[in-house]
Design a binder for this molecule. Sequence first.
Ligand SMILES: [Zn+2]
Length: 669
Amino acid sequence: MLKKKIYTIILMLIISYSCSSQEVNESKFNFFAEQFEDIKVLRYQIPGFDELTLKQKKLVYFLTEAGLAGRDIMYDQNYRHNLSVRRALENIYTKYEGDKENKDWKNFEIYLKRIWFSNGIHHHYSNDKFDPVFSDIYLNYLLSETETVLNTDAFNIIFNEKDSKKVNLDASKGLVIGSAVNFYGEDITVDDVENFYNNVNSHDPSKPLSIGLNSKLVKDDGKTIERVWKQGGMYSASIDKIIYWLEKAKSVSENEKQAEAFGLLIKYYQTGDLKTWDDYNIAWVETTEGDVDYINGFIEVYNDPKGYRGSYESVVQIKDFEMSKKMSALSKEAQWFEDKSSIMESHKKKNVVGISYNTVNVAGESGDASPSTPIGINLPNANWIRADHGSKSISLGNILYAYENAGSSGRLEEFAFSDEEIELEKKYGKEGDKLHTALHEVIGHASGKINEGIGTPKETLKSYASALEEGRADLVGLYFLPDPKLEEIGVSPSAKDMGRASYDGYIRNGLLTQLIRIKLGDDIEESHMRNRQMVSKWAYEKGLDDNVIEKVVRDNKTYFVINNYEKLRVLFGKLLREIQRIKSEGDYEAGKNLIENYGVKVDQELHIEVLRRNAKFTSAPYSGFINPELVPVFNESNEITDIKITQPKDFATQMIDYAKKYTTLPDYN
Ligand SMILES: [Zn+2]
């Protein structure tokens, strides 16, 4: 469940740092591809790809091909009829030449797009089977018009009530029998699963194997057995191709450790051996050098109602070179920032070390990670490997950026007070956000020390610890954003302007726009949101006498306008000093008062207004991505001389293209 957790955590991070860029769309790149039902399909770019060597580009290309080679697996894992339904409908989609303007055809198209988006006929999030909205008579007509064959069982399940839930977590309906997911034979019950795994022991209890991760559990002659997903086993045809591309990737590895990991992953796919899977994960987590990284395998188990079996997925990533440069420039100066901070001398660290934070850019996704994608990844899942060998935690920078920049244009104009504020935001907002994130992570969380004899914040500040900690890290960023030091070390083009843009964005979000995420009448619960409102409201209130931030109502619309950036910086410094004191001394009462008085309650009238002003910007609740296409360029001797990136024409074009290129499995497995 780790990935799930990280989705939420990283989502909070977006809320927390990226308010301003969420409101702009300054780039000419069109992130939005299309929208249907409750789905929005977006595009993303691959920043940094051109900085890779040819060898590294090949590595990225081979890994994305390996990922796509397993694409069919995810369909079959989700439901046993998915591949035959998808293929029949794709055949109709490409061959039908009749009326495409009527409602039935439109509904047919939407149904197929929903299947593509969810890798099957069940909703990717709610797990409910889709309602086709066209009739069985119409589907029969399309099938015969296009000479497409679909077997009776698969035809019927589109329209009947059978297998209505992909993953059923209501035990009264039977976790296994009640779930349509294709991880268990149709006659396997919860008892069968439990009996089977009660008899399987890990050879070493301190290093438990991920039993059941890579197989389907079935009955064979009355005996329960695993059909293992490996070369020569179930899904062999896909796995052969995955191995083919992994071998190629191995031949262009960036370093020894990476090559060793590829070797182990190949061996695992060949044997299905779960000890080899653990060995691979250890080698993978220890591969820390290099600019290219990836995930490939049967990984997250939340599609299995019993939590054993992993869904196939692949993500290929390259280092975020721009962010890495910023991080290391800041990290080198960590002591300078500590010494110049507004916190009390006695709370400063004598030897502060910057915290590293990993952001990458995605180059391709497949299986469970596509089109609906994670925005952060924290792996491996085995707890003992995490404890003994560590883990990798990354945030997918270009995916986050695409989310933030798709389809929300106009929101900045709605909530910013003046043209000047809008201009500054457009010019510096995005860069400023990145820099704020870097300062928050590398300098903010690393700064300050706890007095001797005082417990950890979790013990002393209890439920307020994380909101206060996020507030502290945000304030370190805010305090230094306008500092000329940032120009000096080459991370900011103009500390003054970028500082202004960041202050505008922070206040605008903390007092207005973040309220769009809260239901009317609710308090703010989430730590990052609490911290943002707390910081903004406190600064507004404490600056009232000097009119530092002014509340202006114009045409029935409320704005918060910063009149004095220098004084606001001083206020941020004061609050930082106070929150560091609270943390250093473990002052629960003071911490509680700050959060409760400034971070929790929402001004109801203002909330109604914000929701009203935002209503015109709301869009589909779920988003996912089409992948950029990596196109190899060959010379006369058939060697790859370059890899070019192009964007697919649209969602359907890419899906049909994938179906042609990456059909690796039979209809039933
Ligand atoms: Zn943080």
